[in-house]
Design a binder for this molecule. Structure first.
Ligand code: FAD
Length: 320
């Protein structure tokens, strides 16, 4: 079922979760261990992130460095299939521009369609660690909006190579498309207005819903929704929540995601004497955020699990 159908039919807030494929060398059981306890909350869908290949340098016997391509977290599509098989819950794979050309993307979409996947979250992806800014693969997409257009074209039976046409009596591709939105603007955007302008382009290209970057101050979300609405963006905007779980995150999350953490939360975390207390503060803060979002009538609250279900379980249990 489509994410937008879940939203349309929801009488109360629903709770969805995002997981990461385990590191190479780990097992699908890691995913099940994350999801098993969370199934109690009947998530309408589970998002599975996509991680592109990275380059590392390995020292050879002669002392020279060799550049090597590695993929640390493969398996997004397989995990989606495993989730649907085991839990009977819709899985939403993330599909990115980085590292893909258009043909690879079309092939990936065909795989997803054959697996019975109805939804995709479309993203540009971040620049490689070795690059200062994002570079598209040759014949790939530079911005998420272009990838949204490719999916929407395929939904209309338009393959890249026009000699392939949808065969009679076969249903069309019918992906429901989500895109990312940033309540505190995307880190590369010169200002919020510009970021909203390009967010609207993604919606005009056919995006059916938006999932937000994490935020720790609900005012940022409410103000973002208001701005989107006044720009004519009318699709559902799903808030993304992540409980703080370590002191280190007070600096690492703002640096990585260009977001701010309210001073009240920062002070509480800094005062904490041990990790357990920080963990507890993060849970209480996320419960407070979630309650307010739920009471405001938000249809789906999306949780970034980072493959650690303990705190997410406690947050959702408190508001379920
Ligand atoms: P875009 O929408 O393409 O925007 C990127 C930047 O370019 C923005 O600053 C925008 O304002 C600007 N822009 C857009 N269009 C234009 C244009 N035509 N001309 C000029 N500027 C333009 N990353 C992963 O690698 N894998 C994942 O699974 C993943 N999941 C995510 C899930 C969520 C909910 C979120 C919020 C982010 C996720 N990311 C993921 C991170 C995401 O890939 C990065 O934030 C990336 O830097 C931007 O992606 P985007 O889709 O928002 O890009």
């Amino acid at each position: 079922m489509k994410v937008t159908e879940y939203i349309d039919n929801a009488k109360n807030s629903l709770f969805s979760f995002e997981i990461l494929p385990p590191l190479r060398g780990h097992d699908i059981q890691d995913i099940f261990s994350t999801l098993d306890p969370l199934m109690e909350f009947h998530p309408p869908f589970i998002d599975v992130t996509y991680h592109r290949e990275e380059f590392i340098y390995v020292e050879k016997e002669n002392g020279l460095l060799q550049r090597k391509k590695i993929s640390r977290r493969p398996g997004t599509v397989g995990i989606c299939s495993a989730i649907m098989n085991k839990y009977g819950v819709d899985a939403v794979p993330h599909l990115i521009c980085g590292g893909f050309n258009k043909q690879m993307t079309e092939n990936a979409l065909i795989d997803l369609n054959f697996l019975g996947i109805d939804n995709v979250l479309i993203l540009r992806g971040d620049p490689l660690n070795s690059e200062k800014s994002f570079f598209a693969k040759e014949d790939g997409h530079r911005y998420a909006v272009e990838l949204v257009k490719q999916v929407k074209n395929l939904n209309q039976g338009k393959y890249l190579d026009k000699t392939f046409i949808k065969q009679k009596n076969y249903p069309l591709f019918n992906f429901c498309v989500g895109v990312a939105g940033y309540p505190e603007k995307h880190l590369e955007a010169p200002n919020m207005e510009s970021d909203l302008f390009f967010l609207k382009k993604k919606v005009d290209a056919g995006a059916d819903y938006i999932v937000t970057q994490m935020f720790f101050d609900n005012k940022k979300y409410f103000s973002f929704v208001k701005k989107c609405r006044s720009e004519g963006i009318s699709v559902p905007i799903i808030p993304g929540i992540k409980p703080i779980s370590s002191k280190h995150q007070l600096n690492s999350l703002p640096a990585r995601f260009y977001l701010s953490i309210p001073n009240e939360l920062v002070k509480e975390v800094e005062k904490a004497k041990d990790k357990k207390t920080v963990f507890h503060i993060g849970i209480e803060w996320a419960i407070h955020q979630s309650k307010e979002l739920k009471n405001s009538g938000v249809k789906v609250i999306h949780y970034y699990t980072m493959d650690k279900p303990e705190n997410i379980y406690q947050v959702v249990q408190a508001i379920y």
